[in-house]
Design a protein around this ligand. Structure first.
Ligand code: FE2
Ligand code: FE2
Length: 275
């Protein structure tokens, strides 16, 4: 798999005032691509929201420092410790000596298996906590769908941009900045696929409890949704994305591709080239 900008397909793009997405797209045959995004808030106290994936490190760091001088970065909000979100955290903390890491006790512990997070540069931010970052407040709020127990989304109270982390994940046929580029049916199918993929526990949910849980996020004053694995969601599509997510408790599980599928793909590809 190549990890150059050829797989990114997009340059960083603005989604709200002083708010940018750093995009990448992971090839995911046979379903297309999965976006692998991060976000940057370039306000009075510049803030990185997640740090990209190790496989895309060189391009990710270049894109981030193209948006903000690393010496100006004051905050790094880590949504959770999965590799596609924390993959360049060590490099970021080294490059940004003035940054404080917004994370949690459990995330620090989970990352200790690979690196030691400098605790004197950490501030614990738990679900529901607020952080003043100069010209705005960030509100940490766990999104409806997640694949890691430390997950927290974040709302920028100034722009209404909500970072949904792994919620609203979708496959896309080609790199795209805006989910409006998807037809209605592809948008809904992608949301239902991504939701079941990320959260196979959807079958276990108590529907009434889950709906109240989704309410907690949906009633935020959200103007635009950015997530790691979705093109930006705006306007009427925000309500459609929540509506699809609310259907998860009643949906059958997504069945993973089988060994027979893998063998068929390998046959179609033919023998590997001689070493
Ligand atoms: Fe995750
Ligand atoms: Fe993720």
């Amino acid at each position: 798999m190549t990890t150059t900008s050829a797989t990114t397909g997009l340059a960083p793009y603005q989604i709200a005032d002083e708010t940018f997405v750093i995009p990448w797209n992971l090839p995911a045959p046979p379903v297309g691509l999965f976006p692998m995004n991060s976000m940057v808030i370039r306000g009075a106290e510049p803030t990185l929201i997640d740090t990209g994936a190790p496989a895309n490190r060189e391009d990710w760091l270049a894109a981030a420092w193209g948006l903000v001088d690393p010496l100006d970065v004051r905050w790094v909000f880590l949504s959770h410790d999965d590799r596609d979100h924390s993959g360049n955290l060590v490099q970021v903390m080294e490059a940004c000596p003035n940054a404080t890491l917004l994370t949690s006790w459990f995330a620090v512990g989970r990352m200790f298996e690979e690196w030691e997070t400098p605790l004197n540069r950490v501030r614990f931010v738990n679900d529901g906590d607020r952080v003043d970052i100069g010209d705005r407040e960030l509100v940490a709020l766990r999104p409806p769908v997640f694949d890691n127990p430390t997950t927290r989304g974040v709302l920028d109270t100034r722009t209404g941009a909500y970072w949904s982390v792994d919620t609203f994940a979708t496959n896309v046929p080609e790199p795209m900045a805006e989910s409006d580029e998807l037809p209605d049916d592809a948008f809904e199918d992608g949301q239902l696929f991504g939701g079941r993929l990320v959260a196979p526990w959807h079958e276990l949910l108590d529907d009434a409890k889950y709906q109240r849980y989704v309410d907690r996020v949906q009633r935020l004053d959200i103007s635009v949704v950015a997530g790691c694995h979705t093109p930006v969601i705006r306007g009427p599509r925000i309500e459609k994305a929540f509506a699809a997510t609310r259907r998860l408790p009643s949906l059958d599980a997504w069945h993973d591709f089988s060994q027979a599928d893998l063998e068929a793909w390998m046959d179609a590809m033919g023998p590997p080239p001689e070493a």
